[in-house]
Design a protein around this ligand. Sequence first.
Ligand code: ADP
Length: 479
Amino acid sequence: MPLRLRLTVLNALVIASAICLLGAFTYLIEARSLAEELDESLRSQGRILVNIYQVRAGLSPRTRERILPQPNVFAGPSFHVQVIDPDGEIMDRSAELGARRLPVKEQTLLRAGDNEQVFETVRLEGQNVRLLTVPLVAEEEFLGYIQVARSLETIEDALEFLARSLLGVGAVLLVLTLAVSWALAVVSLSPIGRITQAAREVTRSGRLDRRLPPPRSRDEIGRLAETFNRMMDRLEGAFAAQRRFIADASHELRTPLTTVRGNLELLRRQDAVSDPAMREALTDVIDEAQRMSRLVERLLALARADAGQQLSRTAVRIDEIVRTVHREVQPLAQQVAVRIDRIAAIQVMGDPDALKQLLLILVENGIKYTPAAGEVTIGLALESRDVVLSVTDTGCGISPEDIPRLFERFFRAATARSSGGTGLGLAIAQWIVEEHGGAIHVTSQLGAGSTFAVRLPGRLVVAAPAASERAVREIVPTS
Ligand code: ADP
């Protein structure tokens, strides 16, 4: 679950619990105060009635009828009065009760007989009624009981209204809290989103010069952004130092290596070593020195690439580069035939040296990984306004699980460990292709051969065909 959702849910839970608690508290307090109020009204009504009956008991029957009211006077639509004799029989009751009777329980009468005010909640024709039973004692004579009752309907209605109101207000508050919490979480976490985005961009592009805008606040997020920027400074510095070190080391190694190779070649040419075993050792040393030179050259090229070396952009006749490379690799390809398949006079915008290096890497690999009597074919064609430069060989091929790793630095397939390669050629090739805004694609079948296809897009120019370049007309669209 995303953090902002978690924060919102957590906030909502806390607020919802607070609203519930507050609502329940308000409801209970109100319910209790209404109940107490009702009981108090019943109590005072009971007191008045008892007093009246006490006075009434002391009068002659005639006067009683004339001056003192019946229980009806104290009754009302929701107020009922009932008088019970000591045996529990109903003597009198207010008129609005009609045929109804307030329930008389033996237990209640017993407790009231002990001079206790007994409160009960009873059902009277489908309604809840609060009932007070008090003893009626006049001039030390126990005359019976008085029951005063009041319907709970008004209180129940009031409490229901209160509950509905609390629920409504609570729901509105909850929705508001959710909205505000969500907005707050989004606003406060958006800088973290920007930091994640920046870190992702660094991972994707490998560019270490990416920084976050200076934080506006000195809070945790501001400090995180500051720490991120400081970490990137350190990383960039460390990488730059490492690149400089590799570039310097490669550069420094070039001259002594050239001297070593020159002297070894001299020894070989002059037949200075006559013992066959020593000559073999000399050849091995020369091969290793050559490999080391290649390694140093490639390390230097990659160090410059990492340092952000910009390639030049000029109109380059790529077909001429193909011909030059084809010519230059002939001495290497003693047992493998290198030939040009399709070729058109095509110009691209690019760096001539880098493009030549790219093609050399691919063709030399083709030769290196193709056994005797095999073939390496270079092709150059236009495909939907892209230039496609391909090198196909009939060599050992590459296993499918190795293909995704081919362009990694120092990667060499198990079959190529004894080839004397450096594992850096294709990494340089990929860098050159990407610098030209292109893509490199490999198709291969183990034991049958491989094709490396380089697609260079965009602003290419098709050169005007010279008399000797009839092939151009075959490839360039006629429109
Ligand atoms: P290396 O100097 O080892 O050739 P590269 O970076 O040029 O380094 O190539 C990396 C690996 O890719 C090689 O070691 C080899 O295993 C494989 N590879 C490259 N080109 C070919 C090819 N044409 N046929 C078969 N395998 C190849």
